[in-house]
Write a protein of this length. Structure first.
Lengths: 229, 255
């Protein structure tokens, strides 16, 4: 949707590129946080888990910076049409990425509770990384779609959310079965259930971002499009 | 939008200044109960087109208008049309406030008097007071109606000109950049006034201030190089315009 045309006021273009850069930086950090949290979980690496929790502050800081930038852009440039939609989308996307970062942090927080001293490794952990991969791919691709103003790519990401939901349902059943068979692990596996739920929520958020990207690029609501056709 | 017949219609209207074509085959409908904004870069033909709606272009020697413009279904360029009467029905407010060098009262009373709208002095006073009230100026000038209109501030002068236009009971009011020479507060008063006048008159406003067009109008027409590029609901024009050229203009990418 981004026309190659530049704004007559060059500083406006600089603001917009800075805004895009901050979003993609923030998204990169969130994606990394999911990877690291899952790595820490699989390996029982509590040091890495701690690192993830610490790094979440960077995501929060970028969100604050973005908010300031966007308030300034609205006040100074009075953006219109696709510019306005993009700025508003960026504001909302920043808040969603911050939430995604929180979910990753929450996964990291559970690592020490799942890997307790003297306990055997919980087998069930092995089924989570594939789901995490799917969720973080959605985050990655939706931010690519934002950078490229690609409405079609955004629409395709929404479709993937169903796969993630199916994944969650199946993991839920698996974990419950595991708890029944291994009553000693109930407390740890309950944490794994939350991990799965967090991943499922990350997918929901990525879907929300995709809807915003679609609106920013086209000016139309994805829900309306899919409902009518 | 509405089933009511259009207040004014333009069909294939072109305007030439000598050889130069300033407006190219513009067709548009103007409705009651709503404010229509014309936007576009300088020289796009929006003001020229606005002036065709009450035949102000007649006063420009080499201007020639083609196509058809109707007011309540009647061709305003037909030979039977009384131009003075037309301009009473389709009033105009200009960019620079241009009160007569007369008293505030006389500025407003002049039109009704020459059009014979008042039967008595009391009648005329009533029309003047009502017009000034509608123009949002009454409270500020009621105690000094005999002061010169030119002694008022710019914003007050512009509202006086609006009162003057209203006094002859028009059906359509054309405004050509009515607030561009005013400070932000006087501008806000004019915008509020436009909002209040809506419903009583069909209002057409030409403005370079995009935010103003977005704030005061319900329909927006974007002109470029004499063409009407896009005409639609103001909400859509400023959030999701259909045409690339409209978007480039309103987002400040116009080269």
């Amino acid at each position: 949707m981004a026309t190659g045309h530049e704004h007559t006021v060059k500083a406006f273009d600089q603001d917009i590129s800075q805004l895009r850069a901050l979003i993609s930086q923030m998204g990169g950090l969130a994606e990394q946080a999911i990877h690291d949290a899952m790595k820490a979980l699989s390996r029982g690496d509590t040091a890495l888990a701690k690192e993830v929790r610490k790094k979440d502050k960077q995501i929060d800081a970028i969100e604050a910076e973005l908010e300031k930038l966007i308030v300034r852009v609205i006040a100074l440039r009075a953006p219109m049409a696709d510019d306005l939609r993009e700025v508003i989308a960026a504001l909302k996307i920043a808040a969603v990425i911050e939430r995604i970062g929180d979910y990753a942090k929450n996964i990291a927080k559970r690592v020490p509770m799942i890997h307790t001293e003297g306990e055997d490794r919980i087998e069930a952990i092995s089924i989570l990384p594939a789901m995490a991969q799917l969720a973080s791919d959605m985050v990655h691709d939706v931010l690519d779609a934002f950078s490229a103003r690609d409405a079609e790519a955004a629409a395709r990401i929404c479709e993937r959310d169903n796969a993630l939901d199916d994944f969650y349902d199946s993991i839920f059943r698996t974990l419950v079965t595991f708890m029944v068979e291994n009553p000693r692990t109930v407390s740890q596996v309950a944490h794994l259930l939350f991990v799965a739920k967090n991943l499922e929520r990350i997918g929901d958020h990525a879907t929300n971002v995709a809807e915003m990207v679609y609106f920013a690029a086209t000016g139309r609501y994805l829900a309306d499009e899919t409902a009518t056709g | 939008m509405t089933d009511a017949p259009h207040k004014m219609t333009a069909r294939d209207v072109s305007v030439f200044y000598g050889e130069k074509q300033a407006v190219k085959n513009v067709s548009i409908d103007i409705d009651m109960d709503r404010v229509t904004a014309f936007i576009g870069p300088s020289g796009c033909g929006k003001s020229t087109f606005l002036r065709t709606l009450n035949r102000m272009n007649d006063t420009i020697g080499n201007a020639r208008v083609e196509g058809q413009i109707t007011l309540d279904g009647e061709d305003i360029y037909s030979s039977g049309m009384d131009v003075v009467q037309l301009r009473a029905r389709v009033g105009m407010v200009f960019q620079k406030p241009n009160p007569f060098p007369k008293s505030i009262f006389e500025n407003v009373a002049y039109g009704p008097r020459i059009h014979g709208l008042a039967n008595s002095k009391a009648d005329l006073e009533e029309i003047v007071a009502r017009s000034l009230r509608r123009a949002g100026l009454w409270e500020e000038v009621k105690d000094r109606l005999n002061d010169s209109g030119t002694a008022l501030s710019g914003g007050q002068q512009q509202r006086l000109c609006i009162a003057r236009a209203i006094a002859v009971d028009p059906e359509v009011i054309l405004m050509d950049e009515p607030a561009s020479a005013l400070d932000p507060i006087a501008t806000a008063k004019i915008e509020e006034l436009i909002h209040e006048l809506r419903g009583r008159y069909a209002i057409v406003i030409v403005t370079h201030n995009m935010q103003q067009a977005a704030r005061v109008s319900q329909r927006t027409a974007f002109f470029h190089l004499g063409n009407l590029v896009e005409y639609g609901d103001t909400d859509n024009i400023f959030t999701a315009p259909r045409e690339e050229r409209t978007k480039d203009y309103i987002t400040g990418r116009y080269g």
